[in-house]
Design a protein. Structure first.
Length: 202
C-alpha cells in the first residue's frame, strides 16, 4: 500500500477539547510573541503544503477564518475519538478526493515537520508513534468508514472511547519510533505551559 500524496492528505488540527485541567482553552494560549498556540500550529502545518488544513472542532478564530472547521457530530465531548469520527465522516462526504488524514493535537508545539513527514511516509492504513496514539495518520478507506459508522451509536449512548480502543478495531497499523520523544510532550496544566514558555524564552 502506497502513501498518499500530500495534496490528498488532510491535516486535521484538534482544537475541540474542553481544556478543563488547563482552566482555559489550550488553542488560545498566548506565546511571548502574542500569537495563539493554534496559530503557531497552523504555521507549522503550512510547511506541509499542498496538504489542506482543517480545524477539527466548533471553535472559530477570526485570525484563521480562511480555514474550514469540521464540526463535532457528538453532542457531548467524547475526546479525540470524537474528532477522528467527525473528521472521517466529514472528509469522506465533502472531500472524497482526499485519501488520508493526519490528526494532530493543538497542544504539541514541539512536534517537528520531519516527524510529521515520517508519519505521512508510512504506507500502513494507520500509523502513530510508540506510546502516543496522537498524532495519528489514517487512510480514509471503506474499512475505516465502516468502523466509524459502527461506533457512532455506542459512543453516543455510553460516552468516552479511547484512541487505543479505536485502533484495536482496525485490521492493522504501524507503530513508529520518533527521534526525540520530547516532541510529543503536551500540556494539560497551567504549570506545564509556564514551564514550556520558560524553556523557549531562556
Amino acid at each position: 500500500m502506497r502513501s498518499a500524496a500530500m495534496d490528498k492528505t488532510a491535516l486535521c488540527l484538534l482544537i475541540g477539547g474542553e481544556s478543563q485541567r488547563m482552566k482555559q482553552d489550550k488553542a488560545q494560549l498566548r506565546l511571548p510573541s502574542g500569537k495563539m498556540l493554534v496559530e503557531l500550529m497552523v504555521e507549522k502545518l503550512t510547511q506541509l503544503a499542498p496538504a489542506p488544513i482543517f480545524l477539527s472542532g466548533d471553535k472559530q478564530f477570526s485570525e484563521l477564518s480562511n480555514l474550514p472547521n469540521i464540526p463535532d457530530i457528538f453532542k457531548n465531548k467524547v475526546g479525540p475519538v470524537g474528532a477522528i469520527i467527525s473528521c472521517g465522516k466529514y472528509l469522506a462526504q465533502y472531500f472524497p478526493r482526499l485519501e488520508q488524514m493526519t490528526l494532530i493535537p493543538v497542544d504539541i508545539p514541539n512536534l517537528s515537520i520531519n516527524s510529521l513527514q515520517q508519519l505521512h511516509a508510512s504506507t500502513a492504513a494507520a500509523a502513530y508513534f510508540a506510546n502516543n496514539p496522537l498524532p495519528l495518520k489514517l487512510k480514509i478507506t471503506p474499512q475505516l468508514l465502516t468502523v466509524i459508522d459502527e461506533l457512532i451509536l455506542p459512543i453516543n449512548s455510553a460516552g468516552g472511547y479511547s484512541v487505543r480502543q479505536f485502533m484495536a478495531k482496525l485490521d492493522s497499523y504501524e507503530t513508529l519510533i520518533i527521534n526525540d520523544p520530547d516532541e510529543l510532550l503536551n500540556f494539560n496544566y497551567p504549570e506545564q505551559w509556564l514551564n514550556y514558555i520558560s524553556s523557549i524564552t531562556q
